[in-house]
Write a protein that binds this ligand. Structure first.
Ligand code: WTA
Length: 622
């Protein structure tokens, strides 16, 4: 890359081959964003063209109204002759002793059709919700695509979520089928996922568990290996209305209950195709590795849909990037010749913490572009990524987006730049953003992939996104600033959501899980800075009982394990007699945060119980 003061630009060579290399695109798109998106949408395959590009009835809106599409037809049938023998999916298992599994587009299509036919056979119909609780194995991608093929709505639940967390999602969506696996490898151990699945479907409407075999020789067993062979190799695509549901994905918000973000077929397909094409500059021979789990939106859009819509190779890895050795991720990049690598700042800081020595063995000479997502990337992590992985040659696209937005909305384009450490860049062409009072807003016509609602909860949709600045501006819940070039820097969430190792966790949800404990009457969870994970949760719980403190702390951790799963485990649990509160009884989490950071507390006159502050000081500082 070329450096001009604090800004970086792509090399001439990169620019020459990039899909977009002229900043004029922003002007063109900005003139009439709806027309711009309509032009892009035409490159895809539609059963029936749309009548109206954008229809706005605040706070609701529609895109490509009247059009009919299927995302899988755009993966498999569009451009089929050119892509059928290309590699669609590379799967790297955790155990080094096992072989990678590799699928061409033709092979993947056959698997998807067989699974789709099987789902139909067991009664899944267009519009039905299907839960997917699978680890990082190829069957997870197949299951998602099989649902999309027949117009069923998938709800992917992260495999490390607890049975309770799974149950809430299945109940809310009334899914009748759950696709799971007998287990998976993590950290050298075989994890019994089926047990969690069986537990999670209790008290739900799930009548049928479909089980992928991770431990055995046959990849899918449906009911038995025999069943699978009986399914035909072709399944016709369901013709979906643009505004039909593509999928629901649950995410954390300010209050206790997770929210089901609803994504629409037409807009999601258009946005996931084009953001991948322009931001990761997908070309025919690219091998793309997005390290996110499929249970998060990043895995949905950039492991499954976007690379496959673009006809390139997507790589998925079952394990953790630092197991069994800290350089496992580097081995994978070299082994499979990854050309574009997309990960989170947490992973970058972890790689950095192992030192540069372990990188000496790796040349990364196929890498041409790097991406970052999920949390703010600090300048030092950015520079380390740039030097040690990109070898000062690869553009870095820091991509801002959310479960709600379906695809990336803010980033620098790799063939245009500029790239500025710790800044994500400009809104994607055709997207209008504004920073008002420090808050990041997305303005009409938003983006085709933005969520259409919260499942069964229109009130929450209105309150969360369309009340702070009216019904015409999407409130992101992120704080941001803009520099003199218009580049946007994301500061972080302004609500009770924290990003722990890039994972989105609600402190309210953690508190609700802890409060389920019969002996804990009150608690507060706050996010505190963490060198590697960015942020980490800590817990203050009110406990005045007789149990040993170690015992009750363990129980508190157990509550979080049960309600959410191991990803939300706190860095520290403190037991207190009382928590600082306002006169109306609201816990002052802000005061706790300051106490933890040893910052000036300011005016405490609004506290109902100022004496609690000294007691907490004692607990924290001894
Ligand atoms: C944060 C993940 C800074 C942000 C795709 C957002 C980021 C939340 C970035 C959404 C980035 C995501 N820089 N912060 N490049 N990307 N975020 O729903 O706070 O898991 O609101 O979607 O992650 O998290 P979610």
């Amino acid at each position: 890359m070329i450096k001009k003061s604090e800004l970086y630009y792509p090399t001439e060579e990169f620019k020459k081959n990039a899909w977009v290399n002229d900043p004029k695109i922003y002007e063109e798109a900005g003139k009439d964003p709806v027309k711009f998106w309509e032009k892009l949408a035409q490159e895809l395959f539609w059963f029936k063209p749309w009548k109206k590009g954008f229809l706005h009835k605040p706070p609701y809106f529609q895109w490509f109204v009247g059009g009919k599409i299927n995302i899988t037809s755009n993966i498999f049938e569009r451009d089929w002759e050119a892509r059928k023998n290309r590699i669609a999916l590379i799967w790297e298992p955790e155990p080094i002793s096992e072989e990678s599994r590799i699928f061409t587009y033709a092979e993947l299509f056959k698997e998807v059709c067989q699974c789709a036919n099987y789902l139909k056979k067991i009664g899944v119909k267009k519009g039905d919700r299907v839960g997917i609780y699978l680890p990082m194995i190829p069957e997870a991608v197949m299951a998602m695509l099989a649902c999309a093929r027949i117009g069923a709505v998938h709800i992917v639940v992260f495999s490390a979520f607890s049975p309770d967390a799974l149950r809430v999602r299945l109940q809310d969506t009334e899914a009748k089928v759950l696709i799971t696996a007998d287990g998976y490898y993590r950290g050298g151990k075989f994890i019994d996922l089926l047990k969690n699945a069986e537990d999670g479907i209790k008290e739900t409407k799930v009548k049928k568990l479909v089980v992928a075999q991770r431990s055995g020789k046959t990849p899918w067993s449906f009911d038995s290996a025999q069943d699978k062979q009986e399914e035909k190799d072709f399944c016709k695509a369901a013709e979906m209305n643009s505004e039909d549901l593509q999928f629901i994905l649950y995410t954390s918000g300010s209050t206790g209950k997770p929210k089901g973000c609803m994504h629409a077929c037409g807009g999601y397909t258009v946005q996931s195709y084009w953001t991948g094409k322009w931001i990761f500059d997908f070309h025919e021979n690219d091998i793309f590795w997005c390290t996110s789990d499929l249970g998060w939106v990043t895995g949905h859009t950039y492991t499954t849909y976007s690379p496959l819509l673009n006809g390139i190779t997507t790589l998925m890895f079952e394990g953790a990037p630092n197991f069994p050795t800290p350089d496992r991720w580097a081995q994978i990049i070299e082994k499979h010749g990854v050309t574009v690598f997309y990960t989170a700042p947490t992973a970058i800081r972890m790689f950095e913490s192992y030192g540069e020595d372990i990188l000496k063995k790796y040349r990364f000479d196929k890498l041409r572009l790097l991406g970052s997502v999920g949390e703010p990337i600090d300048e030092s992590a950015w520079l380390w990524y740039y030097k040690n992985i990109g070898k000062e040659n690869c553009p870095i696209v820091d991509t801002w987006w959310q479960t709600e937005t379906g695809g990336i909305l803010i980033t620098s384009l790799p063939g245009v730049g500029p790239f500025k450490p710790a800044f994500t860049g400009l809104p994607f062409p055709g997207v209008k953003a504004e920073v008002k009072d420090g808050n990041l807003l997305i303005l009409p016509p938003f983006a085709p992939g933005l969520l259409r609602g919260i499942y069964k909860n229109p009130k929450k949709y209105l309150e969360t996104y369309w009340s702070q600045y009216g019904k015409e501006a999407y409130f992101t819940s992120d704080g941001a600033i803009v520099d003199e070039n218009g580049l946007i820097r994301i500061i972080g969430r302004v609500d009770d959501v924290i990003k722990v190792a890039g994972h989105r966790i609600s402190t309210g949800e953690m508190e609700a899980a802890i409060n389920e404990h019969p002996e804990i009457t009150e608690c507060a969870v706050i996010g505190v800075p963490d060198r590697i994970k960015g942020e980490a949760p800590i817990v203050f719980a009110v406990y005045n009982g007789a149990k040993l403190s170690e015992e009750i702390k363990k129980e508190i951790i157990g509550q979080i394990q049960k309600g959410i799963g191991p990803i939300a485990l706190p860095k520290e649990v403190y037991l207190a007699e009382d928590l600082p509160k306002t006169r109306s009884g609201k816990i002052m989490r802000r005061v706790l945060k300051k106490l933890w950071a040893k910052e000036e507390l300011g005016d405490l006159s609004t506290l109902a119980n100022p004496e609690s502050v000294d007691k907490i000081k004692k607990i924290l500082y001894g």
